[in-house]
Ligand binder design. Structure first.
Ligand SMILES: [Zn+2]
Length: 230
């Protein structure tokens, strides 16, 4: 009842185009979603992500399984949505992308037997600055669809890494080396590591190494978006 009234007084509009949302639409309208151009299926996203990691860090760093929803450019509606999620405090957008990613995992592609979902942690100072970790919001959305626990204390970020933007490949890896350490909880064996965007894979590769050091046996990667070579 109250929800109905609120909706009447403040009709929900699309975050990106401000068009009123139809029933069943959440935060982003169907028209804007159409402009995101997802990978044509789970296997295409998996192949693209693995090939990016392989190109930058070699075969050993390639995860045993991977999922990604969208190829990502630094302009356009998807960029706007990801930016609002990360810096604009639009927490529910992360959960919504997470649910879509969870549905992609359910559709198949790589085998998906996991004990827990682990969001790439933010440094505690950065978390205070942004108020929340967008990767954790994505992980919570995935967990709701997949019925898996979210583990946030297996690894922690120990360095306040500056922005990766503008850094070359080698510099990115150096910037990240030693950025994570095992956390307070022992890590479960089969982990699904989650982040918002994968660009070279430096962050996830280094986080996966820390998870293995914390007890993980297998670490798969899932990201909402994958930066395209421009
Ligand atoms: Zn829209």
């Amino acid at each position: 009842m109250i929800e109905g009234l609120t909706h009447l007084l403040f009709p929900a509009v699309c975050t990106l185009c401000q068009k009123p949302l139809d029933n069943g639409e959440e935060h982003i309208c169907a028209g804007c979603f159409d402009e995101f151009n997802p990978f044509p299926g789970a296997l295409a996203g998996s192949a693209a992500l693995k090939s990016t990691v392989r190109a930058h860090f070699g075969e050993k760093a390639v995860p045993p399984a991977a999922w990604s929803l969208y190829p990502y450019r630094s302009t356009g509606k998807l960029h706007e949505a990801m930016h609002s999620m990360k810096y604009g405090g639009l927490f529910p957008l992360g959960e919504m992308f997470g649910r879509r990613l969870g549905e992609l995992l359910r559709q198949g592609g790589d085998p998906a037997p996991f004990d827990a979902i682990v969001p790439v942690p933010l440094h505690s100072l950065k978390r205070i600055e942004r108020t929340y970790n967008q990767s954790e919001a994505i992980a919570r959305g995935m967990a709701a669809v997949l019925g898996l626990p979210v583990a946030t204390k297996c690894i922690e970020r120990c360095l306040y890494t500056g922005s990766q933007t503008g850094l070359g490949m080698e510099a990115r890896r150096d910037n990240m080396a030693g950025a994570f350490r095992p956390g307070r909880e022992r890590c479960p064996a089969r982990v699904l590591l989650v982040d918002d965007v994968l660009t070279t894979g430096a962050t996830m590769v280094v986080a996966a190494e820390a998870l293995m050091a914390a007890g993980a046996v297998e670490v798969a990667f899932a990201t909402v978006a994958l930066t395209e070579k421009e």
